[in-house]
Design a protein around this ligand. Structure first.
Ligand code: WT7
Length: 649
């Protein structure tokens, strides 16, 4: 019996790029993509060396890649570079007065920073960090609201070689403490608070709680944003505005080794303690800058908006490092997408004339659920390209994004990557790739992606297996901070020197990659292994459904029974007839094997803070009715409480 993942999804819609878009695009045809892809994977080192050559180097490298001690890669060996200089100083000659960051606070306040102003702010803060005792190699926690100073803090760390670790502003004191302890951080950069849905998030209070018994933290620098009373501890805490008062606004950008650590970013593994993903300097920047340029097809006059928080890797690579390395204008937003209502994003697209818009499927599904009247109330004609990241996008959500937001005019780049990969690895090129709803399409240049079966053989078209990357790439994680063995065990132990992403996937007859779900979540029904994504997408293609998650529940006869948790669109009530209809609907779209045994209507699904559905919790609920596992990464516990029948923890 085959242990491979089966695939039953049929998606025949194809959307080629318009000739108008292709004519102006950086990569304008599939022929060009195919040719460059072939060349790049035949000799990835040559390709990446070309791309790295576009950066500003203080000393050239003498070896492109050292892979003599896999899985520990070294890229651009012997080179010296300053990441911050590449993102800021490099633009002063031709773009000093160009806006680098447009920022909108949740209350509606707007600020603009030109590249010149960004340079001054970064230099001053970098000098302030040095004055406060922060030196190259020191770890610095950044726990900030989405304000320009969050980006300034990251860039200032990079400028002086300090290693930042951004902690998402929605995380608790415990999460901050874990990350401080694991990274050995000696300084924290925070704010009094940030605005979220009209209330103040008490960031400084959380930091105080986190470090009450952490003598290793010598300095806390506090940006004033929300102006409520907070306590400042003498000798440890200093206001940002005091720290930069009177400091020099020039700070030399020293060159650091290509492999100098740039940042640690913690991802909540599905079990166990968070993993500190380590990214280094030159290779990471090469990956972020190159992918941003080609995939977002950046042009000088674009206004680019990525709605992620800087606390996620998307915020690192595609708000700060990738866009700024390209001299782009980036929009940043502080608050919630539904404040004061679900029209907020679309009003901002209209007001700031956003041309490139990058968000997550979870947000798209929330907008679909809220209703079309919100986007329809605004002028979205400035948009020319849309992006998606974070989960497989259900084809029906893709169609909605395409029609209602993109006006059937904008290509959608469905970008597959991970915190670990540092940069996008699989994505359409918007002027070249014919799009199909629900697939991230083809690998980026230099990326040798494949689907392997259990034995390590390459799967044929429409055979499900493990998504792997067979050759190193410059923005790959270098290790897990302080835990080389876990790095090896987690990603490199299945096949020899091949990176295993942890996703199940298949390619179709055009070589497009379809993610079928996380390998941990695969269902096993009567000996058939099914990915979660296809069944969920079948459910979401029903007109009543906004969002769905499927999990396996232990079943004596079938091994696992399929349980579907379903959220309905606004104004629709679930009943037994609808349950039967949804079962039939899945049976028709995918086959009888995937028909849910149970359908559970839910007001909301449990998600991580970054919006990913936590199927692990749903699995526990359907097996035992309660949850005993770790819920610290859960966004909203009330969702789980409701699913457990109102029982509190
Ligand atoms: C996992 C990585 C990469 C930044 C945000 C998430 C899933 C991500 C896609 C996509 C299908 C996707 C995968 C991946 N994922 N993008 N376009 N299509 N699945 O980063 O938290 O490290 O999560 O997100 O399962 O492995 P992350």
């Amino acid at each position: 019996m085959s242990q491979n993942i089966e695939s039953h999804q049929v998606e025949n819609r194809v959307f080629p790029p318009s000739s108008e878009f292709s004519a102006k695009a950086h990569i304008g045809s599939m022929e060009e993509y195919e040719r460059r892809y072939r060349e790049s994977v035949a000799d990835p080192e040559a390709y990446w060396a070309d791309m790295a050559g576009k950066l500003h180097w203080q000393q050239p490298w003498n070896q492109v890649l050292d892979w003599s001690n896999p899985p520990f890669a070294k890229w651009f060996v012997g080179g010296r570079i300053n990441v911050c200089e590449n993102c800021v100083d490099r633009h002063l000659e031709s773009r000093a007065d160009k806006t680098a960051i447009i920022w909108e606070g949740e209350p509606g306040d707007v600020r603009r920073l030109s590249y010149r102003e960004l340079h001054t702010a970064v230099c001053r803060f970098a000098n302030a960090l040095k004055d406060q005792g922060v030196a190259s190699g020191d770890r610095v926690i950044i726990y900030m609201p989405m304000v320009p100073e969050a980006a300034v803090a990251m860039l200032a760390c990079a400028r002086i070689g300090a290693v930042h670790s951004v902690v998402f502003g929605g995380f608790s004191a415990d999460s901050i403490r874990d990350r401080i302890q694991d990274s050995g951080a000696t300084a924290v950069i925070t704010a009094d608070g940030g605005w979220r849905r009209g209330s103040v998030v008490p960031l400084k209070d959380n930091v105080d709680e986190a470090i009450a018994d952490e003598p290793g933290v010598k300095r806390v620098i506090v940006f004033r944003r929300t102006e409520q009373d907070i306590s400042m501890r003498d000798g440890r805490d200093v206001w940002w505005h005091d720290a930069v008062a009177g400091v020099d606004d020039q700070c030399p950008a020293e060159g650091f080794d290509s492999e100098h650590p740039l940042y640690i970013l913690y991802t909540s593994g599905s079990t166990g303690k968070p993993k500190g993903i380590l990214h280094t300097s030159a290779g990471y920047l090469t990956g972020a800058a190159t992918t941003f340029h080609d995939i977002f097809d950046i042009r000088e006059d674009d206004i680019y908006w990525c709605t992620a928080d800087v606390g996620w890797v998307t915020g690192h690579s595609y708000i700060v490092y990738g866009p700024l390395a390209n001299g782009a204008t980036v929009l940043m937003y502080e608050g919630a997408p539904n404040h004061p209502d679900f029209g907020r994003f679309w009003k901002m697209v209209q007001d700031h004339k956003v041309t490139l818009f990058y968000t997550a499927p979870t947000a798209i599904r929330a907008f679909i659920k809220a209703g079309d009247q919100f986007p329809e109330g605004y002028d979205l004609s400035s948009l020319r390209l849309l992006g998606s990241v974070g989960e497989p996008i259900n084809p029906e959500a893709w169609m909605w994004y395409h029609k209602v937001i993109g006006g059937e005019r904008c290509p959608i780049v469905d970008t597959w990557w991970q915190t670990e990969t540092g940069a996008i690895l699989i994505s359409p090129l918007p002027g070249a790739t014919p799009l199909k709803p629900g697939t991230a399409t083809r690998p980026f240049f230099g990326i040798d992606a494949a689907i392997l079966d259990e034995e390590g053989n390459e799967c044929g078209p429409n055979e499900g297996g493990r998504l792997v990357i067979r050759k190193p790439w410059p923005s790959m994680l270098r290790t897990l901070w302080g835990d080389d063995q876990r790095f090896i065990d987690t990603y490199w132990n299945t096949y020899e020197n091949i990176y295993v992403a942890g996703d199940g996937a298949r390619t179709d007859e055009d070589g497009y990659f379809w993610i079928v779900g996380r390998l941990d979540d695969v269902l096993n029904v009567s000996g058939h292994r099914l990915g979660t994504a296809e069944v969920e997408s079948a459910l979401v293609s029903h007109k009543a459904v906004a969002e769905a998650a499927v999990v396996g529940r232990p079943d004596d006869i079938k091994g696992q029974a399929v349980v579907a948790f379903v959220t309905l669109k606004s104004g629709i009530e679930g009943d037994d007839d609808l349950k039967q209809e949804l079962r039939k609907h899945v049976g028709k779209a995918i086959g009888a094997i995937a028909k849910p045994d149970d359908v559970v209507f839910a007001a909301g699904l449990p998600k991580t803070r970054s919006g990913k559905i936590m199927r692990r919790l749903l699995k526990e609920i359907s097996a035992s009715g309660t949850i005993s596992g770790d819920t610290t990464t859960l966004e909203d516990f009330s969702v789980v409480a409701a699913l457990q029948g109102g029982k509190e923890e």
